[in-house]
Design a protein around this ligand. Structure first.
Ligand code: NAD
Length: 437
């Protein structure tokens, strides 16, 4: 008589045969590209998303994430390999579920895990033996074991035996054409060795390289190390900019020359402040968690302070530049070029442009902006509309915050009367009306 497969054997077989039905909960910058990769690898892929507009757009094969190729999405939707739904009960039919919901900060700057908790609660009623659940959202070490595990084991099923639970940090870099969801090595750690093995087996079907680690806590900490490393080094570059400014040294030239050292140095650049959903936010998850254990994350606190002061420094530079031309900020027309948090993306979350606009308006400036990727900008309780970049010619001062590739910088240099370049994008131009951070 044939022995019945264990849940692990059954799931592993389905994964290898590509008959496992996959799902992604949360179809944003991280979730939609992941869903597409599951489908491209040959799996049936269902996206569960609570925003009806996103579900509708996927059904119409209308990609809202620049990194997701519209013709590919159309092909996968037409063949029904990719589906999207608002209905959480679709989870009941799935074998492998990746959770990609937001992990923002509360107003108090503490972690807001409400989306992760809601996703775990949505999963619980649909759990059955032979399921794999992988949390992808960036969070503090311990979240998978402390938040997801109890919710799923509350069903009476046991992790490592009946179902498999892992954490795998999402390392995607929106707008990066060389490194994408598929070819960025995928770190994964499970709550038990069996969980790590099953989770690794699944991601080996989808990603070019999988890096198993010994626990979910290690996997959670890997992501926080990476983003904390970036945040602190950007903080150092920003402090270098402040010091160089005092000593009348071109910080960009210093960094570029230092970067010629073939070992032991990696260039980071100053800028108008940190932006995006990750670098300004994730290290605060770590500092919050370590504070619970009585340890103060001093590097993180210091870098947050330095980076957080950069928008004010940019505004001081504008004020000084106008003052040198016998003008005040009050009443001046100031044009911001680029409001997305970084080059070639449309994402404005935590963008330093928002702080710079707020500070300038607070001082009485008349602010306009242009951004080829952000036609409208939700700013406090108003919606600002982008103006054509040609309008920069009529401004008293232009502040280049985000250096999108598609902007005609030569025309900007030719037309604008005064430019503060916070990204060194105008490095090839030297003229008295161009100032650098
Ligand atoms: N954006 C990045 O560059 C990036 C990179 C690496 C890691 N991350 C991390 O990945 C996670 C997701 O980030 P993102 O940028 O994709 O966020 P996002 O806001 O673009 O997308 C999250 C999506 O989840 C949906 N959602 C929330 N709760 C839900 C629920 N219970 N059920 C179904 N859908 C739900 C939201 O409507 C939204 O569409 C975060 O933890 C973030 O820190 C983001």
């Amino acid at each position: 008589m044939l022995e019945r497969e264990t849940p692990r054997q059954e799931l592993s077989r389905k994964i290898q045969e590509k008959t496992a039905r996959t799902a992604v909960v949360g179809l944003g910058y991280v979730g939609l590209p992941l869903l597409i990769e599951f489908a491209r690898a040959g799996f049936q892929a269902t996206g569960i998303e609570k925003d009806p507009e996103k579900v509708d757009r996927i059904r119409r094969a209308d990609s809202y994430i620049p990194d997701v190729d519209a013709p590919l999405l159309a092909e996968l939707v037409a063949s029904k390999r990719v589906q999207a739904t608002l209905d959480e009960s679709a989870l009941a039919d799935c074998d492998a579920v990746s959770i990609c919901v937001p992990t923002p900060l509360r107003k108090t700057r503490d972690p807001d895990l409400s989306f992760v908790v809601a996703a775990a609660e949505a999963m619980a009623p649909h759990m059955r033996p032979g399921m794999l659940v992988i949390l992808e959202s960036t969070t503090y070490p311990g979240t998978t074991e402390e938040v997801i595990l109890p919710a799923l084991e509350g069903t009476g099923l046991r992790a490592g035996k009946d179902f498999f639970l892992c954490f795998s940090p999402e390392r995607v870099d929106p707008g990066n054409a060389s490194f994408t969801t598929r070819n960025i090595p995928k770190v994964i750690g499970g709550v038990t060795p069996a969980c790590t093995e099953v989770g690794s087996l699944f991601y080996q079907q989808v990603m070019e390289r999988v890096v198993p680690v010994s626990s979910t806590r290690v996997a959670e900490m890997v992501k926080l190390l990476e983003n904390t490393f970036r945040m602190i080094n950007i903080g150092l570059a920003n402090e270098m900019a402040l010091m160089c400014n005092q000593m009348n040294i071109n910080v960009w030239e210093v960094i570029d020359a230092a970067a010629t050292k073939p070992f032991g140095f990696m260039p980071f650049y100053p800028g108008p402040g940190l932006g995006g959903h990750c670098i300004p936010v994730d290290p605060l998850y770590l500092s919050w968690k370590t504070k619970q254990a009585g340890h103060q994350a001093r590097f993180i606190d210091l870098a947050a302070e330095i980076n957080g002061a950069m928008p004010r420094y940019v505004v001081q530079k504008v004020q000084q530049a106008l003052n040198d031309r016998s003008m005040a900020v009050k009443g001046s027309r100031i044009h911001i070029v680029g409001v997305a948090y970084k080059r070639d993306v449309s994402d404005v979350r935590e963008s330093p442009a928002l702080d710079v606009i707020g500070l300038l308006e607070g001082m009485g400036a008349v602010v306009s902006y242009s951004d080829p990727l952000v036609p409208r900008l939700q700013f406090e309780s108003r919606v600002l509309e982008a103006v054509p970049i040609e309008d920069a010619a009529a401004a008293d001062c232009v502040v280049l915050i985000t250096d999108h590739s598609s902007v005609d910088y030569k025309a900007l240099v030719d037309r604008a009367p005064l430019i503060l370049d916070t990204r060194n994008r105008l490095r090839d131009y030297s003229a008295p009306h161009i100032l650098r951070l």
